[in-house]
Write a protein that binds this ligand. Structure first.
Ligand SMILES: N[C@@H](CCC(=O)N[C@@H](CS)C(=O)NCC(=O)O)C(=O)O
Length: 199
């Protein structure tokens, strides 16, 4: 089977897909598009965005849908529909969290950005992180169902991007979330991937 992931040369929304494929010991073509080439390529993408995932010439888009597809393939998407719901819920919540930080980070208007700063750092980020930390503690170092699932891979894959956008170590003082990260980073395949892709 020929597999290709196409994204910019950054972690962000591409890395969870790369992590899933790496976890599944899949060989894949890790295509990284230079920013200068993007305008030319954009119209050829299903909805003008990346990442995309290709399998034997068939193209899929939407990073969460792609991750979920791979997680099902590698049997880390839940043992039954209720587990799958729990996993999907936390993944969507991590994604909400990402979007709230991104709304600040990518704000172009400096005055608006300054106005968003206080609520984001004093309220939103602590609110989400405290809840995530409790969930991770209750789930023995995982984000759902007390075992490794794609929610953990998604979170760990997104982490460097979240930290970059927030310009802080979001996991400082959060031992259970650190355990979620470490449980993923210590998987031999992911460790080898991270060693080979230090950014
Ligand atoms: N919901 C989509 C979002 C994709 C997205 O926002 N992609 C951005 C990069 S992170 C992009 O392609 N930006 C370039 C553009 O829109 O021209 C997903 O999760 O795949």
């Amino acid at each position: 089977m020929s597999i290709k992931v196409t994204y910019f040369d950054i972690t962000a929304l591409g890395e969870p897909i790369r992590y899933l494929l790496t976890y599944g010991n899949e060989k894949f073509d890790d295509v990284r598009i230079e920013r200068s080439k993007w305008p030319e390529l954009k119209p050829s993408m299903p909805f003008g965005q990346m990442p995309t995932y290709e399998e034997d010439g068939k193209v899929a888009h939407q990073s969460l849908a792609i991750c979920r597809y791979l997680a099902k393939k590698y049997k880390i998407a839940g043992a039954d529909d209720w587990e799958a719901l729990e996993i999907d819920s936390i993944v969507d919540t991590v994604n909400d969290f990402r979007q709230k930080i991104a709304a600040y980070h990518y704000e172009q208007d400096e005055a608006v950005k300054e106005a968003k700063k206080g609520p984001l750092f004093k309220e939103t980020i602590p609110y989400y992180l405290e809840k995530f930390e409790k969930i991770a503690k209750d789930n023995d170092g995982h984000l759902a169902v007390k075992k490794l699932t794609w929610a953990d891979l998604y979170f760990a894959g997104l982490l460097s991007y979240l930290n970059m956008m927030a310009n802080m170590d979001l996991l400082e003082g959060k031992p259970s979330l650190q355990a979620v990260r470490d449980n993923v980073f210590n998987l031999p395949a992911i460790k080898a991937w991270n060693d080979a892709h230090k950014q």
